[in-house]
Write a protein that binds this ligand. Structure first.
Ligand code: NAP
Ligand code: GLV
Length: 310
């Protein structure tokens, strides 16, 4: 019987995923990996931020399954073996991302943050009807998550544009692609949503230059990775009034250090990397399907291209 090993950064998370995956793959033997224990000899690994020694020890692995969408941290490991790596594709995260964005965007565009202030003063006043044209949205990254978010916002009536590496079609969304069209995409965007993978090409992309290219009074919603943001540039743009609000779910250092200025900044909303979390049932379905396909000699979806970093 082929063996599967689960390895994460926390023993309780490893135990949790071991039991979730064992229920989904009863025909396989699934074991958890603990630092200091002997190699398991497993053929497949299910991982999220595995301990440093994991790949030095597990030498029989033929494929890796990532318990998340982003693979930047895994790819950065110097001892990552050169075997196929599969990531989660959507798996319930696209809907969560949309919900997260609509929550924050509607608080501005529908005036819900103003109504919250009014309630504190027992003040009854109806604001003007929403004018979606005032909130042109730009979505960076049109993959599994970005294309869904862009499409759903367009359905609500926001003018939505998206930017990706290559050209594609997304219903109701104006498409820009490549470096040559980036400036044009930014200059028509007032709400910038980041759903790019973190790669050599995208690290630090939310910097002074980008922030200066957006429409005045812009909003940044970063739900991809903290490494996309140059924090000093964003703080300067918030303090100067160039950017009215930054909604940040991900950070260069996580957990966000207690002394970080984002925590108390009046124009920053912080959430602790929860914009879209991995859901047990959907992750288990996708990974178990992938492992069964591989075991039968077929190639599952979600293969990561190491050469481009996502
Ligand atoms: P994906 O399907 O791989 O899509 C990535 C998109 O980014 C693609 O459209 C791709 O363009 C585009 N892209 C990549 N490099 C680019 C570049 N240099 N210039 C322009 N466009 C570029 O990824 P996904 O599943 O949507 O996930 C996106 C990211 O969300 C993940 O990598 C992860 O970091 C983040 N995430 C965050 C959370 C959270 O809770 N905060 C949860 C899940 C995921 P092409 O289509 O042309 O290839
Ligand atoms: C979470 O951040 C993920 O990449 O799935």
């Amino acid at each position: 019987m082929s063996r599967i090993v689960v390895a994460t950064s926390k023993p309780e998370a490893t135990r949790h995923w071991l039991s979730v995956m064992q229920a989904a793959l009863p025909e396989f033997e699934i074991v958890g990996w603990e630092p200091g224990e002997p190699a398991t000899g497993a053929r497949y690994a299910i991982v999220w931020a595995p301990p440093k020694d994991f790949f030095d020890q597990e030498k029989n692995l033929e494929a890796l399954f990532n318990l998340g969408a982003g693979v930047d941290a895994l790819i950065a490991l110097p001892n990552l073996p050169d075997i196929p790596l599969f990531r989660l594709q959507d798996a319930g995260m696209a809907a969560q991302m949309t919900e997260y964005v609509v929550h924050h965007l509607a608080s501005l565009s529908r005036g819900f943050s103003t109504y919250a202030q009014q309630q504190r003063q027992s003040h009854w006043e109806q604001l003007s009807p929403p004018n979606y044209a005032n909130w042109p949205v730009g979505v960076m990254g049109l993959g599994k998550l970005g294309s869904h978010v862009a499409q759903e916002l367009a359905k609500l009536g926001y003018p939505v544009a998206g930017w990706a590496r290559s050209h594609r079609q997304v219903d109701g969304v104006e498409i820009f692609h490549g470096a040559a069209q980036f400036e044009k995409f930014l200059s028509r965007s007032r709400v910038l949503i980041n759903l790019l993978p973190l790669t050599d090409d995208t690290r630090g992309i939310i910097n002074h230059e980008l922030l200066a290219s957006l429409m005045p009074d812009s909003v940044i919603i970063n739900i991809a990775r903290g490494g996309h943001v140059v924090d000093d540039d964003l703080l300067k743009a918030l303090n100067s009034g160039r950017i009215q609000l930054a909604v940040l779910d991900v950070f260069n250092q996580e957990p966000l250090p207690a002394e970080h200025p984002y925590w108390s900044h009046p124009k920053v909303r912080v959430t602790p990397h929860v914009a879209a979390v991995t859901l047990d049932d959907q992750a288990a379905v996708q990974i178990s399907r992938g492992i069964r396909s591989l075991a039968q000699g077929q190639m599952p979806g979600g293969l990561v291209r190491r050469d481009i970093g996502y």
